[in-house]
Design a protein around this ligand. Structure first.
Ligand code: ATP
Ligand code: MG
Length: 308
């Protein structure tokens, strides 16, 4: 069954189409899997990007949803379109500007929901409102709830220090993706090429982002094949027993006891694992869950990622 990713936000211009087109290209090229994009954006930016830039082997569909009709029509139509596309690919990425007339149930069709946001106050407030309104989806107790990944985009170097991705601001269970940095190349590459090939900070950050999404996908797929276990292990209890965090956690140890707090840091742990694979060392440090995302970003900004 295809792995389904929704890239959405209710706010316009946050980078949904840039992220969608480039993620499709990244997944298609690096994983060598069949990737399909459904572009539900009337402007068709992500589909145009992939259709005009060098071909990466992905299938591109620009479709419309009867969003204005409300009721069950949009969700019914979306399911139909997704089912058709998903039957012929390994990964389906959908680019959609969310609207209140869409029923939140639609998100249960997806394995992962990516919500791009810049770290400007106005976008953070809109993102927070969107997530809060759909909290019942992301915090639902059902096994099929989608994995929510907040994706900081167009982040400036100096913004890496900001303390914005807190539980107070985003009162839902979410994971934080590595930030995609702001650069002119992201604008210039439209219809010409892909961020994963850019030799600048934006390219570096996008490759890191792509790797993290692949890691999150693996985690989600492993979860789906494992027998359901009660979500009872408290990360804080486990961490309290030891401050030594192995940076090459066995996948099972990343997965066990997924609480809100641990979900918050899974992508960060992926980064940790990568660093350790290079250094072949276990670093004595606090876990990201204890450290919190703002501190993680601060260390990143200080170039101290290797010491995480
Ligand atoms: N990392 C980045 N660095 C610089 N500019 C960016 C970056 N990502 C996106 N942009 C620019 O931000 C603007 C909005 O991006 P995009 O069209 O992807 O957003 P969107 O959420 O799909 O918008 P819409 O709601 O209109 O569909 C565009 O001008 C795009 O080139
Ligand atoms: Mg768009």
């Amino acid at each position: 069954m295809a792995f389904k990713i929704l890239v959405t936000s209710q706010k316009g211009g946050v980078g949904k189409s840039t992220l969608s087109a480039n993620l499709v290209a990244y997944l298609s090229r690096t994983l060598g899997l069949g990737v399909t994009l459904i572009d539900w954006d009337p402007h068709g930016s992500s589909s145009t990007w992939l259709n005009q830039a060098p071909h990466v082997g992905a299938v591109v569909q620009h479709l419309s949803l009867p969003v204005d009709q409300g009721g069950n029509r949009p969700i019914f139509e979306a399911r139909l379109q997704m089912r058709r596309a998903a039957s012929e690919c390994d990964i389906l990425v959908c680019d959609l500007t969310w609207s209140d007339s869409l029923a939140g149930e639609l998100m249960f069709e997806f394995d992962m929901v990516l919500v791009p946001t810049s770290v400007s106050e106005i976008e953070l407030a809109a993102t927070s409102g969107f997530l809060s309104r759909n909290r019942w989806v992301f915090d639902s107790a059902t096994a099929r709830r989608p994995m929510l990944v907040v994706c900081p985009t167009r982040v400036l170097n100096e913004q890496l220090n900001s303390d914005v991705f807190t539980k107070q601001r985003f009162p839902v269970s979410f994971m934080l993706a590595p930030p995609i940095l702001e650069a002119q190349s992201a604008r210039d590459l439209f219809e010409r090429g892909y961020l994963m090939d850019a030799r600048d900070v934006c390219g570096d950050s996008f490759r890191e982002f792509g790797q993290a999404i692949c890691a999150a996908r693996e985690i989600r797929m492993a979860q789906a094949t494992q027998p359901r276990q009660p979500i009872t292990t408290k990360l804080s209890e486990r961490d309290a027993s030891s401050h030594r965090v192995p940076l090459t956690p066995a996948k099972s140890s990343v997965l066990e006891g997924m609480t809100s707090a641990s979900q918050f840091s899974v992508l960060g742990r992926y980064r940790q694992r990568k660093v350790v694979e290079e250094q072949e060392a276990v670093v004595n440090s606090r876990s990201l869950a204890q450290m919190g995302i703002p501190e993680f970003l601060k260390r990143l900004a200080r170039g101290n990622a290797a010491k995480l």
